[in-house]
Design a protein around this ligand. Structure first.
Ligand code: GLC
Length: 429
C-alpha cells in the first residue's frame, strides 16, 4: 500500500534539485561564498567521479532500500556484519576516474541510512565501517588514494538519517531530532578536520520528513552556522547548496536533457551511468551516446558534470561501467582541448545542433548534429576569425561577414556525437 507513496519520496528527492537550478534556492550568507579565483579550478575541471557505495550495495536494490522497504533500523544494521569488501582498491578507482578524464571525485561517505564509511566517534550508536566486519576507515583510504593520483577530493554527506524518528517529526520529537543534528555537526567536523584538504563538500538531504526543500529546513539545521565551522578548517572548499545554505554552486540531478540558453551561474549536473545510484546486480549501463550528449549540453551551457558509478558490495566497479568510463575517457582525450579550462559561449547554444566553449582567443563549436548544422548561418561575432580548423589541425573553409558565419566541414570529418570546430579569433577583438 505505502510502497507507492514511499517511492514517491525517492522520486521527489531526485526532482527537487532540477527545479532549483532555474532559481537559486537557499539561505544567503555571502561571506561564506568562495571568490572567483577560488572557484577557478572547479570551473576548469568539468568532469567528476561520483560513487554511491555502502551497506545498501549488499542488498542491491538501490540506496533507498531501507526506507522504501521499511526495513527496521536494527534489522538493517545487521548488514554491517556482512560489510567486508574483498576487492576494495581505491587506487584502482582513482586510476579509472583518471582514465575517464575526470578531474575530481565525490564519494558518498554516509547516505540517508546513517552508515558512516569512516571511523566516526560522532556516529549515533557507532554505526560505522570501523565497527563493521571490514574494520576499516574507507574515507581515509579514499582520500589518500585519490589525492595521490592528483584528483580533487570531494565528500558527499547526508545530514538526515532515517534511523531517527525525529527526522520524520522534527517538532513533535524535537529531542530525538536534536540528536540527529548533533550527529551531523559532529560528523561534518570529523570529515573536515581529519582527512587533509577537502576540495568539495557535497551535502544531500537536508529537507525534513521528505518534504519541502533543503532551504525550508534551515530553521532546523542552521546551515550558515554549520558551514561557518566548515570554513574555519576548509576555507577553500567548494560547497554545494543542499545543506540549505545557497552554496558555491547549484545542482541539477538526473539524466533528463539540458536545453536552452547558457546558465550564467556555477552549476553541476549529476547523474548515474548505471541507472541506479547504487549497485543493482541487474544493472544496465546508459548508452555512451546519451551520456556524451548530456555532457556536451552541460559544457556549452556552463555546467560541470558529475558521473556516478555503482560498485558491487566487494568494492568492484562492474565491467560494463568500467567499459563506459573508458569510452568516456577516449572522448575526453580527443576533445579535451575544447572542454577543460573553457567557459561557455560566446554564441548561445541551439538545442541538439551546436553549442560553444571558449578559452582565450580560441572558440570551440561543438556540433552535435552535422546534417542540421551544414548550411546554417551562425550569428555574427564581433571578433575577426583568422583561422578555422578541426582539432586534428585540418583546415575548414569558412566565410564571415556582418550577417554571420558559414562553415563547411568536409563530410568525411563529421563525427556522430561531437564535431569540434576551432575558431581562432583575433586577440582582443
Ligand atoms: C537522489 C537520490 C539519492 C542520491 C542523490 C544523488 O536524490 O534519491 O539517493 O544520493 O540523488 O544526488
Amino acid at each position: 500500500m505505502s510502497i507507492k507513496k514511499l517511492q514517491d519520496a525517492e522520486l521527489a528527492s531526485m526532482l527537487k534539485s532540477s527545479i532549483r537550478l532555474k532559481s537559486r534556492d537557499g539561505v544567503e550568507a555571502p561571506w561564506l561564498n568562495l571568490n572567483d579565483e577560488d572557484m577557478e579550478w572547479w570551473r576548469d575541471a568539468k568532469l567528476g567521479f561520483f560513487v554511491h557505495w555502502g551497506l545498501y550495495s549488499i542488498l542491491g536494490r538501490g540506496e533507498w532500500a531501507m526506507f522504501n522497504e521499511k526495513i527496521p533500523a536494527d534489522e538493517y544494521a545487521k548488514l554491517a556484519g556482512r560489510f567486508n569488501p574483498q576487492k576494495w582498491n581505491p587506487e584502482q578507482w582513482a586510476s579509472l576516474a583518471q582514465e575517464a578524464g575526470m578531474r575530481y571525485s565525490v564519494m558518498v561517505t554516509r547516505h540517508h541510512d546513517g552508515f558512516a564509511l569512516w571511523d566516526s566517534p560522532g556516529s549515533y550508536g557507532r554505526f560505522d565501517s570501523m565497527h563493521a566486519a571490514a574494520k576499516r576507515d574507507f574515507v581515509k583510504d579514499y582520500t589518500e588514494a585519490f589525492r595521490k593520483a592528483g584528483l580533487r577530493i570531494g565528500l558527499y554527506y547526508s545530514p538526515m538519517d532515517w534511523r531517527f524518528p525525529g527526522y520524520f517529526k522534527p517538532k513533535e520529537l524535537a529531542d530525538n531530532a536534536a540528536l540527529m543534528k548533533e550527529q551531523a555537526y559532529e560528523q561534518i567536523r570529523e570529515l573536515t578536520t581529519r582527512y587533509g584538504t577537502i576540495d568539495i563538500l557535497w551535502y544531500d538531504g537536508s529537507w525534513l520528513a521528505h518534504s519541502g526543500t533543503d532551504a525550508d529546513a534551515a530553521w532546523f539545521w542552521e546551515p550558515v552556522k554549520l558551514n561557518e565551522t566548515v570554513r574555519s578548517s576548509q576555507p577553500k572548499c567548494v560547497i554545494n547548496p543542499r545543506s540549505g545554505w545557497i552554496g558555491d554552486f547549484q545542482c541539477d540531478e538526473g539524466p533528463h536533457e539540458i536545453t536552452g540558453n547558457i546558465i550564467p551561474i556555477d552549476w553541476e549536473k549529476c547523474f548515474t551511468i548505471a541507472y541506479h545510484w547504487s549497485y543493482d546486480p541487474k544493472e544496465r549501463v546508459m548508452p555512451l551516446e546519451d551520456i556524451i550528449k548530456i555532457m556536451i549540453d552541460c559544457f556549452v551551457r556552463g555546467g560541470n558534470v558529475l558521473l556516478n558509478v555503482a560498485p558491487d558490495p566487494d568494492g568492484e566497479i562492474p565491467a560494463s561501467q568500467v567499459e563506459r568510463l573508458k569510452q568516456i575517457g577516449e572522448f575526453m582525450k580527443k576533445n579535451g582541448e575544447a572542454i577543460y579550462g573553457t567557459r561557455s559561449g560566446p554564441l548561445e547554444p541551439v538545442d541538439h545542433i551546436y553549442g560553444m566553449t571558449r578559452k582565450g582567443n580560441h572558440l570551440y563549436l561543438h556540433v552535435q548534429n552535422m546534417p542540421a548544422f551544414d548550411g546554417m548561418v551562425l550569428p555574427a561575432l564581433p571578433q575577426k576569425i583568422v583561422r578555422c580548423q578541426l582539432l586534428d589541425g585540418s583546415a575548414v573553409p569558412f566565410e564571415q561577414n556582418e550577417q554571420g558565419i558559414s562553415i563547411k566541414v568536409p563530410k568525411e570529418k563529421w563525427e556522430p556525437l561531437d564535431t569540434v570546430i576551432k575558431l581562432v579569433v583575433e586577440a582582443g577583438g
